[in-house]
Design a protein around this ligand. Structure first.
Ligand code: HEC
Length: 170
């Protein structure tokens, strides 16, 4: 008989898809001559994650902003390392219409942006048009910077390639 040990933090008494899947998998595995045991929190003394009553809401908000800042820094580095700008311009257009067109138009404010920057600089402008400080205020620029920060946290590598190919297209 084959023995498999599965380590999981999702386990009874939780009721969810993961727990059900693991339980059913162990049942089914018996018929293949496989014995699955589970290493779960039930075998340990556990306690709830502590809260931080000494932090003010302002401090929590500042910490959250800092975590996002670090994440954007990491994403910026990761996405600028990809030197490949050969994307799918049609997919870029779709992405642009869904995520950028509320503020930009390729034949409006972004006219000539690809010619203006070219190469790595264009990529940098798309990823982070302005500095990385958390924007304050509600004016158009602040809202745009905030939105660029959010986009930066969720771009896939291919989204950026596609966007650049779309912006380059005449
Ligand atoms: C909520 C509005 C908003 C959205 C959505 C938005 N942007 Fe921007 N974008 C701005 C603003 C505002 C600036 C100018 C930022 C500054 O000067 O600090 C800017 C700057 C830029 C620049 C630099 C332009 C230049 O001439 O230097 C590029 C390129 C750009 N955005 C591309 C995009 C792309 C691509 C998307 C979608 C993936 C996008 N933006 C989504 C508001 C937005």
């Amino acid at each position: 008989m084959t023995h498999i040990l599965v380590a999981t933090d999702a386990w009874h008494p939780q009721v969810n898809g993961v727990v059900r899947t693991l339980t059913m998998m162990a049942e089914a595995a018996k018929s293949f001559g496989v014995d699955i045991s589970f290493l779960t929190p039930q075998s340990f003394r556990t306690f709830a994650m502590p809260s931080y009553p000494d932090l003010t809401s302002q401090e929590i908000a500042d910490l959250a902003a800092y975590v996002h800042y670090l994440r954007r820094q990491g994403r910026y580095r990761e996405l600028t390392m990809d030197g490949d700008d050969q994307g799918d311009a049609r997919a870029g257009e779709t992405y642009f219409n869904a995520n950028c067109a509320a503020c930009h138009s390729k034949s409006g404010d972004l006219t000539g942006v690809a010619a203006k920057y070219g190469g790595a600089a264009l990529r940098a402008r798309v990823l982070r048009p302005s500095d990385d400080r958390a924007p304050t205020g509600t004016d158009r620029t602040a809202v745009g910077r905030l939105q660029h920060g959010k986009l930066l946290e969720r771009y896939a590598q291919a989204d950026v390639r596609n966007l650049i190919s779309f912006l380059r297209e005449r």
